[in-house]
Design a protein around this ligand. Structure first.
Ligand code: THG
Length: 374
């Protein structure tokens, strides 16, 4: 499939920013039935730039599933094992969603936009249908819709300097995952200190199309001396930083405990969630396999479009994401491995293109910390 043309259809949705980026992108993928840029110059150059400057990402594919109405909090408590009671409207929550067997449905960020109004900022699976189905079956007093919201991520060490030029000194007082309402002309925007990189940054939830291009132009005209560029989530940076990709690093077959999201399952505080009994059982027994990071030796690994089996005489797991990192001068990976082999430093073999390579387990990602702003 590589190098082939993606035939545009109505089902592959463009974004409010497609016209701004389509002349500059070298690669795109489809995520939530919508176009997501993947490469601008090349993955390595995009990564270097992200780590030293500021980028604006069209992450419209991070669709919002809006729950609004009297039973909104109740429904949210059914949808995630995270405790969402009296949720702080000034804080985003990373909140795994699971099915009745405890299998991952999605790993979204949740925002409380108003008293009875929440946005579930989803990864790539059809959450709108899942949530609508549950609301309908339980006859809850809510509306479930996909509003016209297109997140723009401003990422990189210079992102705060840029945001201050547009939104003022308030940007100095944003902690990680804070959510605020900021003014842009006559508009009120939801802005959070989040984003799918660990280089520092913000996400602006652009509503409708009225001011989308003005905001884009404002960012780029204020960012000239900061070497601003359009960008996109970068595979090298996100694997180094241990940020998980739903559909790649985990699927509906994995429990949150298997994919390192056990700490977001507050089953002692929320017994109303779908999958509660399953999660209680898995928590009691402990998962039989767990997510780990990998240092894969040898030459640069090829593109990992599926997964690579992991062996210790027999098969003991799978690497689900892997790429060469020039910062760490090795191949970095994410995968799921049987518990007995998951200890820091354990040497295993990974099968890539019919050749076994040595790989070492890491319990922490290569870049374990959020990088400070410049
Ligand atoms: N931002 C928003 N929506 C999103 C994403 C995002 N939707 C799709 C996808 N990304 C959802 N998945 C993730 C995965 C990881 C994180 C956020 C969304 C993340 N994790 C941090 C980590 O793992 O270190 C922090 C988690 C925490 O400690 O709370 O940021 O990026 N709007």
């Amino acid at each position: 499939m590589r190098g082939k043309v993606l035939t545009p259809t109505k089902r592959i949705r463009r974004t409010p920013f497609s016209s701004k980026v389509e002349d500059k992108v070298k690669g795109v993928t489809v995520y939530n039935h919508m176009i997501l840029p993947t490469i601008f110059k090349d993955a390595e150059e995009d990564c270097r730039h992200l780590k030293s400057e500021v980028q604006v990402w069209d992450v419209s594919v991070q669709r919002q599933v809006e729950i609004v109405g009297k039973d909104a909090e109740k429904l949210l408590g059914i949808l995630t094992p995270r405790c969402v009671k009296n949720m702080n409207p000034n804080k985003c929550l990373y909140a795994p969603m699971v099915n009745q067997e405890g299998g991952m449905i999605n790993d979204p960020v949740v925002l409380r936009i108003d008293e009875d109004r929440y946005w579930i900022s989803i990864a790539d699976s059809d959450v709108l249908l899942w949530v609508s189905g549950i609301a309908a079956a339980l006859k809850l007093n809510v509306k479930v819709i996909e509003p016209s919201v297109a997140p723009l991520a401003i990422q990189g060490p210079k992102s705060r300097i840029l945001m201050k030029r547009i939104f003022g000194n308030e940007m100095d007082y944003f902690s990680y995952f804070d959510l605020r309402k900021l003014r842009f002309g006559k508009h009120t925007l939801n802005v959070a200190r989040t984003g799918w990189s660990k280089q520092g940054g913000f996400e602006i939830y652009v509503e409708g199309t009225e001011y989308a291009h003005d905001l884009w132009e404002e960012l780029f005209s204020n960012g000239k001396d900061l070497n601003i560029r359009p960008g996109c989530p970068n595979q090298i940076e996100r694997i180094e930083s241990g940020l998980l990709s739903y559909g790649s690093d985990m699927t509906i077959k994995n429990s949150p405990f298997e994919c390192g999201l056990g700490r977001f399952c507050e089953i002692d505080a929320n017994s109303t969630c779908i999958g509660f009994e399953a999660l209680e059982n898995i928590a009691k027994q402990g998962p039989s396999k767990v997510l780990r990071y990998f240092d894969i030796k040898g030459e640069r690994v090829p593109f990992c479009h599926d997964h690579w089996p992991i062996f210790n005489s027999k098969k003991v797991g799978e690497v689900t994401s892997g790429i060469f990192s020039s910062e760490f001068n090795t191949n970095v990976g994410i995968g799921i491995v049987e518990f007995d082999y998951a200890v820091e430093g354990t040497k295993l073999q990974v099968l890539i293109d019919n050749k076994l390579r040595d790989a070492f387990i890491r319990e922490r990602p290569f870049n374990p910390k959020l990088k400070p702003f410049m």
